[in-house]
Design a protein around this ligand. Structure first.
Ligand SMILES: *Cc1c(COP(=O)(O)O)cnc(C)c1O
Length: 479
């Protein structure tokens, strides 16, 4: 299996190279040259598998430069009951079986948030941590991961990399702006290789510093600076697995179809659904749910993709979806345009940089987004979020987090008779307690292992928003 760039660069790469590289040198994102196809025979073989073995089967189709025994061991170590709290890893539960006028179709919740940081990002990041450790050891190399976070990504990365040989993490976050629970989660880590840097500024300041440090090529090379952001193909690939696992739990036969509703920001999670569908998994609709930051809903409704200035990005009560542009979206557009790298580069490299938008409304390809690729979309606001959390709790007896609530709200607008609708649960309510209290007038439940984390000693360095100060800190902490 070889990988290409969405912007038409002629080079082809192996998996382990793009694992450590992230972005292609031409600014494009990596995709496999073709999507491996899964037929009825293979689906039947995969249906009874345990999650770790299913992960191995899916990953084997995309990775041919890690020996099979090693890859299987990595999958088993990653997707264990000890790490994810349940034997099924991503258990499915019925959320609503009384959908009116809907012919027996059922809405399910697929639990992706029982990993170490209680958000779905653990599903991919835990695998990435083990793949990094494996590949760096094989090459005798080191990596210093530099990132900026407003919450879920940073903690998932730290919990995936803690104690790993060959990897250090330097994670910037805006001082005092994450939820108290998220701060406690990150700052209570005492591992030598994890460095929390609280920047006296906002999230954009943190991101600007990461860009400045990564743009200093001499520094980047000398200190082996890398990232773990959501454009990394390995993260997307790991997420493909739980679409298969959710489908198998919701259906009895491999001729059934199922739909997925996904709370979306950077389009990483739902892009994995697109990949699963391209492989031949019988997915009916892929329902994109956004919050007030509706860049993606606007595209799927109108054909216009218009990125927002950071000043026009709303701070919402589903903050992990507060994006100004959707960094993984380019992958889908590349497929939509018949894998035309030149056109993809013209849209994402040129038009977006020049005009901040492009318009496919007049292009015949746009209609295919729904017809051929199954995409539909919708948007949810703060009021919708509160109403959905309340309704789901009072009528259906399930407490859901604000992001998942956005997806439940939009999923209800796209139900199809007889087709199960699987909503991906992307975080547990405890991570966003303030909104739960606003909706329900009570605190969310807290898993026992997080009792009292706010009182634990903290390991964090406060810094002014200045790239050279961060560079000095990194230099000082690398031997
Ligand atoms: C990251 C995140 C999202 C958005 O996922 P994308 O892959 O960026 O679309 C949604 N919900 C939660 C809780 C998240 O942490």
């Amino acid at each position: 299996m070889l990988y290409l760039s969405t912007r038409g660069h002629p080079d082809r790469k192996r998996f382990c190279d793009i694992l450590l590289e992230g972005l292609s040198p031409d600014g494009g994102l990596y995709l496999p040259e073709r999507y491996p196809q899964v037929d009825a025979v293979l689906l039947a073989k995969w249906r009874p598998l345990a999650y770790a073995d299913l992960a191995f089967e899916v990953l084997s189709l995309y990775i041919d430069d890690i020996p099979a025994d090693d890859l299987r061991a990595i999958c088993r170590k990653t997707y264990s009951k000890e790490v994810f709290g349940a034997r099924e890893i991503v258990p499915l539960k019925v959320l609503d079986s009384r959908l009116r006028g809907n012919d027996g179709s059922v809405m399910y919740l697929e639990a992706l948030s029982n990993g170490p940081t209680l958000a779905f990002k653990d599903m991919a990041m835990q695998l990435l941590g083990n793949l990094f450790e494996y590949e760096l050891a094989r090459r005798g190399e080191q990596l210093n991961i530099l990132g900026a976070t407003s919450g879920d990504t940073g903690s998932a990365a730290e919990y995936a990399m803690r104690g790993k040989t060959g990897v250090r993490v330097f994670m910037l976050s805006p001082s005092g702006r994450m939820s108290p629970f998220q701060q406690a989660q990150m700052f209570s880590l005492q591992d030598e290789n994890i460095h929390n840097i609280a920047v006296d500024g906002v999230f954009d300041d943190c991101q600007d510093i990461v860009k400045a440090v990564s743009g200093d090529l001499a520094f980047k090379r000398r200190y082996k600076i890398g990232t773990v952001n959501s454009i990394n193909w390995a993260r997307l690939m790991a997420q493909v697995v739980y679409y298969f696992a959710g489908y198998f739990q919701a259906t009895d036969s491999n001729t059934d179809r199922a739909s997925f509703a996904v709370p979306s920001g950077n389009f990483g999670n739902i892009c994995a659904g697109h990949v699963a569908r391209m492989m031949g998994l019988p997915i009916d609709q892929l329902v994109v749910a956004t919050n007030e930051n509706d860049v993606l809903d606007e595209f799927f409704r109108t054909g216009v993709y218009r990125v927002r200035a950071s000043a026009d990005t709303h701070e919402t009560s589903s903050p992990s979806m507060d994006i100004s542009k959707a960094s993984n979206f380019e992958r889908f557009v590349f497929d939509l345009l018949g894998r035309d790298g030149e056109r993809t580069r013209a849209l994402f490299g040129d038009a977006l940089a020049r005009d901040g938008r492009f318009d496919l409304s007049g292009d015949p390809a746009f209609a295919q987004a729904a017809l051929r690729y199954g995409f539909v979309s919708g948007k949810s606001t703060h009021a919708d979020r509160l109403a959905t959390i309340r309704d789901t709790f009072e009528r259906l007896g399930a407490m859901i987090d604000p992001h998942t609530a956005d997806a439940v709200k939009v999923a209800r607008e796209h139900l199809v008779a007889g087709v199960p609708m699987i909503v991906l649960e992307t975080a547990l309510p405890i991570k966003f307690a303030q909104t739960i209290v606003e909706a329900l007038g009570r605190e969310p439940d807290r898993p026992a292992r997080f009792e009292g984390i706010e009182q634990l000693p903290r390991r964090v360095t406060l810094m002014i928003p200045d790239a050279s100060a961060v560079q000095a800190y990194i230099a000082q902490n690398c031997d």
